[in-house]
Design a protein around this ligand. Structure first.
Ligand code: GLN
Length: 188
């Protein structure tokens, strides 16, 4: 098994460490030829979604990854990664991969609450969740499975081949990565 981590911008290295801790091989996707090789799952990290969206297109990686995601490649998006996968961004005028049946609002916790750490439930586990200028998932389609809610806000979902967390699990735990790896194993 081999997991590709988008590494054009943002917090990608922590995802590698989380996968290392599970004994899962990963590699960085920095250019088109990296995106073209065969791999089993994809991680879209946190960072700045507008910048990643722009770089994906400038580096000519966008189409290759979009096709893989739309064909069912398991993909795990954290924070900005959620925005890149979302079909609708309520407070902005772009979309990127647009394959997750959710509506997100960028930077939805406001300036004062820019970053915070809470304990919350993900699937059947209580984990620490780091939110960093996080988006909110304000709507989820019928087929979307809700895996985590914190203070009334949806923070983790699964939609088909996609696992999405508005927080940064890679900073605190490998439990969410383990869940993702199970999705990858079940698909193979
Ligand atoms: N605020 C960022 C955005 O809108 C996301 C922040 C993050 O990934 N930590 O793209």
């Amino acid at each position: 098994m081999k997991i590709g981590i988008l590494a054009v911008q943002g917090a990608f290295i922590e995802h590698k460490y989380a996968l290392d801790s599970l004994g899962v091989e990963s590699f960085e996707i920095r250019q088109k030829k990296d995106a073209e090789i065969d791999f089993d799952g994809l991680i879209l990290p946190g960072g700045e979604s507008t910048v990643m969206n722009k770089l994906l297109r400038e580096l000519d990686i966008f189409e290759t990854l979009k096709e893989k995601i739309h064909s069912g490649l398991p993909v795990f998006g954290t924070c900005a990664g959620v925005i890149l996968l979302s079909k609708v961004i309520a407070n902005d005028n772009f979309t990127c991969f647009a394959n997750a049946d959710i509506v997100v609002e960028r930077n939805a916790y406001g300036r004062q609450l820019g970053s915070f750490l809470v304990e919350g439930k993900f699937a059947n586990n209580v984990i620490e969740m780091s939110f960093i200028r996080a988006p909110k998932i304000t709507k989820a389609g019928k087929g979307v499975e809700i895996l985590g809610v914190v203070s009334g806000d949806i923070v983790a979902v699964k939609d088909k081949n996609q696992l999405l967390t508005t927080f940064h699990p890679e900073l605190n735990t490998n439990i969410v990565h383990k869940y993702f790896i199970e999705m990858v194993v079940n698909r193979r």
